[in-house]
Design a protein around this ligand. Structure first.
Ligand SMILES: Cc1cc2nc3c(=O)[nH]c(=O)nc-3n(C[C@H](O)[C@H](O)[C@H](O)COP(=O)(O)O)c2cc1C
Length: 403
C-alpha cells in the first residue's frame, strides 16, 4: 500500500543505519568464532538477520508475491506425523546413503543459490568449502571452477544452469564439454525460473538485482543506499517476456543425446513432468518450488513429493527441497520416498554468520538432528526408512512451528 511506503522506508533506513553502526556490532555480535553456541538453524537465521544488510537479508528470505507457498513449505510438515517404533537396536545410526551409485555421507545436500556475495565475501567458494568440509553434495552456481578442480573440492558436485547455454547447439556443446573435462558429477538444470518472478520485499526495497551477484548493497557512510545511473531496480508492471525462446523438453532431449554426464532437472512439481523426465532418460529430478521464490500458490514441495515419487516408479531417484529446517522434516521426506533433501536458506544463514564454517556447521547440525530423529523413531539406517514411518492427517494447526 502506498501509505506504507514512508514507514517502510524509515524502517529500512533505520535498519541500515544500525547495521552499519560499529557500536551495535560490537555490542550485538556474539563470539563469531564459536558457532556451536547456536542450537539449531533458526538461531543462525536470527544471527544472520543482525549481521547482514537488511536489503540482502530480505532478498535471501523472501518468496514470490504473497509468500503463500513460502509459509506452506513449512506448514505442510505439520500434517505429516511420525510413527516411531521402539525396542529396535539404535546404538549405531548411519545416515550415509547412495545417489545414482555414488555414496553420500548424508542425504542432505547444498542447493544452488545466487546472490551469495551479498551474504558473505566470496560466498560461492566459502559455500563450496563448507560443503566439502561437511562431506555434503554441492550444486554450484559457478565462478569457482578452479577451486572445484582442486583436491579440496566437494567429492560430489553438480553444475547449475537455467539453460542460458542451451540456446544454440554450439554453446550447449561448449558447456557440456567443459564440464565433461572437469570432475563434475552432472548438470543441474533448473526449469522453474524462465521468467523473473515478483519478489515484492525486494521491489519495495528498491533492490538492484546485480548487487547481490556482484558483491553488496552499496551504502554511504551514513547507511544510505548509493545508486548509480543505469541501475535497474526490480519492478512490477512490466509485461513478461524473454529475448529468446525458453528451453523446452526438446532442449532436454538434445542435452541427453549430447552427453553422458548425469542430468538433474530441478523444479518439477507434478507427476506428468516426472514421467516425461523418465522417458527422456534424465537421471534424477528435484521436486522444488524454488524455495517459493517463483510461482506462488504451488502448495508445498513435501505435498508434491508423493505423486512425483509415484511417477518415477523407482526408475530414477527423486530429490526434494523447500522449507527443510529440522531432522524430522528430512526424515518425513525420506519416508515419503525422497532419496535426498536439499537446503538453501539454512546454509545461507550459516554462510552469512561464519562463512565456510557456518555452512559446514549448519549441514552438520541438520545431519545430527536427522540421525537423532531416526534413532528415536527406531531406525538405524536410511534403508530402513519407508512410508510406514509416517502418517498423513487431514488437519493441522498453525501454532508452534518455526517458519
Ligand atoms: C537466495 C536464494 C537464491 C536462490 N538462487 C537459486 C538459483 O540461482 N538457482 C536455483 O535453481 N535455485 C535457486 N534458489 C532456490 C534453491 O535452490 C532451493 O530450491 C530452495 O531455496 C530450497 O528451499 P529453502 O531455501 O527453503 O531450503 C535460491 C534460493 C535462495 C534462498
Amino acid at each position: 500500500m502506498p501509505s506504507d511506503l514512508p514507514r517502510r522506508e524509515a524502517l529500512r533506513q533505520l535498519g541500515a543505519f544500525l547495521a552499519a553502526s560499529p557500536l551495535l556490532h560490537a555490542a550485538d555480535k556474539p563470539e563469531l568464532t564459536d558457532s556451536t553456541q547456536l542450537a539449531n538453524v533458526f538461531d543462525f537465521r536470527d544471527l544472520a538477520r543482525k549481521l547482514i544488510d537488511p536489503v540482502a537479508f530480505d532478498y535471501m528470505d523472501e518468496g514470490g508475491k504473497d509468500e503463500v507457498s513460502l509459509v506452506e513449505n513449512r506448514l505442510a510438515f505439520r500434517r505429516i506425523i511420525l510413527r516411531p517404533r521402539f525396542l529396535t537396536d539404535v546404538h549405531k545410526i548411519d545416515v550415509s546413503t547412495e545417489l545414482l551409485g555414488t555414496a553420500l555421507d548424508s542425504p542432505i545436500y547444498v542447493c544452488p543459490a545466487g546472490g551469495k556475495n551479498c551474504f558473505y565475501r566470496n560466498g560461492e567458494e566459502e559455500t563450496a568449502r563448507g560443503a566439502a568440509n561437511a562431506g555434503a553434495m554441492y550444486i554450484s552456481n559457478g565462478g569457482v571452477e578452479s577451486f572445484l578442480a582442486s583436491a579440496d573440492a566437494p567429492s560430489h558436485w553438480w553444475q547449475y544452469t537455467t539453460g542460458g547455454q542451451f540456446r544454440t547447439e554450439d554453446s550447449m556443446l561448449d558447456f557440456v564439454e567443459r564440464l565433461e573435462d572437469s570432475n563434475c558429477t552432472g548438470i543441474c538444470f533448473t526449469v522453474d525460473n524462465m521468467l523473473v518472478s515478483h519478489r515484492e520485499r525486494s521491489i519495495h526495497n528498491g533492490l538492484v538485482r546485480t548487487w547481490c551477484n556482484l558483491g553488496e548493497v552499496p551504502r554511504d557512510s551514513e547507511g544510505n543506499i548509493v545508486r548509480k545511473p543505469g541501475d535497474r531496480t526490480w519492478v512490477t508492471g512490466e509485461y513478461p517476456g524473454r529475448l529468446y525462446p525458453s528451453p523446452t523438453w526438446d532442449t532436454v532431449r538434445q542435452l541427453r543425446d549430447m552427453t553422458d554426464l548425469r542430468i538433474m532437472l530441478k523444479g518439477l512439481m507434478i507427476a506428468e513432468d516426472v514421467e516425461k523426465s523418465v522417458e527422456i532418460g534424465v537421471d534424477t529430478v528435484v521436486v522444488s518450488n524454488h524455495g517459493a521464490r517463483q510461482l506462488d500458490h504451488t502448495g508445498s514441495t513435501i505435498e508434491a513429493l508423493p505423486e512425483c515419487v509415484q511417477a518415477a516408479s523407482g526408475k530414477i531417484p527423486v530429490l526434494v527441497d523447500g522449507g527443510f529446517r529440522r531432522g524430522t522434516d528430512v526424515l518425513k521426506a525420506l519416508a515419503l520416498g525422497a532419496t535426498a533433501v536439499g537446503v538453501a536458506r539454512p546454509y545461507l544463514w550459516g554462510l552469512a554468520c561464519f562463512g565456510r564454517e557456518g555452512v559446514a556447521r549448519v549441514l552438520h547440525l541438520l545431519k545430527t538432528e536427522l540421525a537423532l530423529d531416526m534413532g528415536m523413531s527406531g531406525v538405524a539406517g536410511i534403508r530402513e526408512i519407508d512410508s510406514s514411518l509416517v502418517r498423513v492427517r487431514n488437519w493441522s494447526y498453525e501454532g508452534g512451528l518455526r517458519l
